[in-house]
Write a new protein. Structure first.
Length: 588
């Protein structure tokens, strides 16, 4: 090997060691390695920064914006509740109803932001039904990973490999070119998950539950929307019976109060429902399909994409003490609407506008993002804390997001425009239609992931141009040739799998790609089939919480331990590797 090849090998080995030890963010390590290769003259400026002009990272960025819009509008909330149904359905049935559609959706929405938006919905459903979220969140992550291998836009890794193919002179991967391998691997993996999760995955307490078990309770009143989703349904069927952390205490109908509320009570349009619950769960009620806030007219008066939720505590010297919200002209004075009131030690009875406020009352309110800045130093409130959460108006724009996502998928499937062009148009549409503000769109993009993807192209270029890929490929061919085509493919798959568990999936794909393509050329294998095997395998990280972002994301909310991952991940990995190897051998 040449000096440049040895130097590249040394830098790559050092990069891998630093990634494994997590001494810095992966994006910083990969970018530093690319810069090192540039300043030592191994690669030139064009090779080092080719990734920043490649469509792959920009496509991923645009898809993050679309996923954030789906998250903000609660697009998947009603879907999650409908899929999971009620807890009496049985654990395997609930798993199947969640995992199969989640995998299908993640084939078309980048799976990392998809899991990010699903976690709060799953956690809320588990809280309502007194189920540990650990029973669903890890399977959700694994299902999203599997689903991400169904199409080329399912995960950033597929787009990276497609970009690498394009850089090597091949055509990029089409939308469904990856499906025969990834789809069968997903089917096998989902079958394993549904079979083993109830047997192998322990119940854990999630971090969010541990933090919120002692939270204060608020009273909030909601109304049943006439001819809405739950008009005519019983309390049980509407999913309002088992709400852990939120309790339906009474129903007011035509001036008559129904209390206590039986599970068989039939709900009618304009029924006024009184709930008592924790602040974060009370906020979630604002997004429940078929319910609207009893204070809807006040909420809508201040509602916009710039508004969010706050807690404000009333002090003894506040001018609000002893007055009702109406008497204080609260909305006009504070440009905010009260959603609920908490009063320590007792539940607050009556309509919000008629309640006389007392020192220590905590108001849950919807206001502009600058509410805390404007009022935290005043004597009106002792404390103002931002809860966050999207405003009720956001959910009204969910159809825009849904239509945009369907348009992207359909137009990409028929090659009307490239995936890159469609993703950019979709991201722009989210801003133009004011589903997201410019700041929200910018914040939706995970810059670490984008920089990592773009910088990693320089690593791949160095491995290929210095002859390092060819040298390693020659050695691999010599070692694996006695085992035939199966041995060569299995070797590539296992090397990719090992790296993806040690470093990020995108970095693993970039490191293995030039070597594997060289091996394929020497063995007479189809390079596109090998590229697809790399893309699917690089996403098959099921053994640790650090190999794939979604596994890390569910670690805290699920309350998992490191050893929980290989319990379920080991049989899942065996099934997926078997399918990938068999399908690649047939296609190569």
């Amino acid at each position: 090997m040449s000096f440049d090849a040895w130097l590249t090998l040394g830098i790559v080995v050092l990069m891998l060691a630093l990634l494994v030890r997590e001494v810095a963010p992966p994006a910083a390590i990969v970018l530093a390695a690319t810069i090192a290769l540039l300043v030592t003259g191994v690669i030139d400026e064009g090779q080092a920064f080719a990734g920043f002009s490649n469509p792959a990272p920009l496509t991923v960025a645009a898809l993050y914006v679309l996923a954030r819009a789906a998250d903000k509008t609660g697009l998947l909330g009603p879907l999650v509740n409908r899929l999971l149904g009620n807890r009496e359905a049985g654990e395997r049935t609930s798993l199947a109803r969640l995992l199969l559609p989640s995998a299908a959706i993640s084939g078309f929405i980048n799976n990392t932001p998809l899991v990010a938006m699903m976690i709060p919905e799953i956690t809320a459903w588990c809280a309502k039904h007194n189920i540990s979220p650990s029973r669903l969140l890890m399977p959700l992550s694994f299902a999203a990973i599997l689903g991400g291998t169904i199409t080329v836009i399912g995960t950033s890794t597929n787009l990276v490999v497609s970009g690498l193919l394009q850089e090597s002179g091949e055509d990029p991967l089409s939308l469904f070119e990856i499906t025969p391998v990834g789809g069968l691997a997903a089917i096998a993996g989902l079958a394993v998950l549904i079979a083993v999760v109830p047997l192998l995955l322990p119940e854990r307490r999630g971090a969010q539950r541990m933090l919120t078990e002692e939270m204060r309770e608020f009273v909030v009143e909601m109304e049943v929307e006439p001819e809405g989703r739950i008009d005519g349904a019983t309390v049980e069927a509407a999913g309002l019976r088992h709400l852990e952390g939120v309790y339906l205490v009474e129903i007011e109908r035509d001036g008559h109060v129904i209390a206590p509320v039986a599970p068989t009570t039939e709900l009618r349009g304009d029924d006024r429902l009184t709930f008592v619950g924790q602040a974060n769960l009370v906020v979630d009620l604002q997004r429940t399909a078929g319910l609207r806030s009893a204070e809807d007219k006040h909420l809508l008066a201040v509602d916009s994409h710039l508004h969010t939720f706050f807690e404000a505590v009333i002090g003894a010297s506040s001018p609000l003490v002893g007055r009702t919200l109406a008497e204080a002209e609260f909305r006009a004075r504070y440009q905010a609407a009260v959603v609920a009131i908490h009063r320590a030690g007792k539940r607050v009875a009556g309509k919000l506008g008629q309640i006389r406020l007392e020192p220590g009352d905590t108001l849950l309110l919807l206001a502009g993002s600058d509410f805390r800045t404007r009022w935290r130093e005043s004597r009106d409130f002792l404390l103002v804390a931002r809860l966050g959460g999207p405003p009720p108006s956001a959910s009204r724009k969910a159809p825009i997001v849904g239509f945009t996502a369907i348009a992207v998928i359909t137009l990409a499937a028929f090659n009307v425009l490239s995936i890159f062009e469609l993703a950019l148009l979709a991201a722009a549409a989210m801003v133009v239609t004011r589903v997201l503000s410019v700041n929200e769109a910018r914040n939706a993009i995970d810059l670490d992931v984008i920089i990592l993807i773009a910088a990693a192209f320089g690593i791949g270029a160095a491995i290929e141009s210095t002859g390092l890929a060819e040298a390693i490929a020659t050695e691999m061919l010599s070692a694996l040739e006695p085992f035939g085509k199966v041995g060569i493919v299995l070797g590539i798959v296992l090397v990719t799998l090992l790296l993806t568990e040690m470093i990020t999936n995108n970095a693993a794909a970039v490191v293995v790609f030039p070597i594997a393509i060289a091996v394929a050329a020497g063995a007479g294998l189809d390079p596109r089939a090998i590229a697809i095997a790399i893309a699917v395998t690089a996403s098959a990280s099921f053994l640790t919480p650090i190999g794939y972002q979604t596994n890390t994301m569910v670690l805290g909310p699920g309350g998992y331990r490191f050893t929980d991952y290989p319990r379920v991940g080991f049989p899942l990995t065996i099934a997926v590797v078997t399918v990938i190897t068999a399908m690649t051998v047939l296609r190569a």
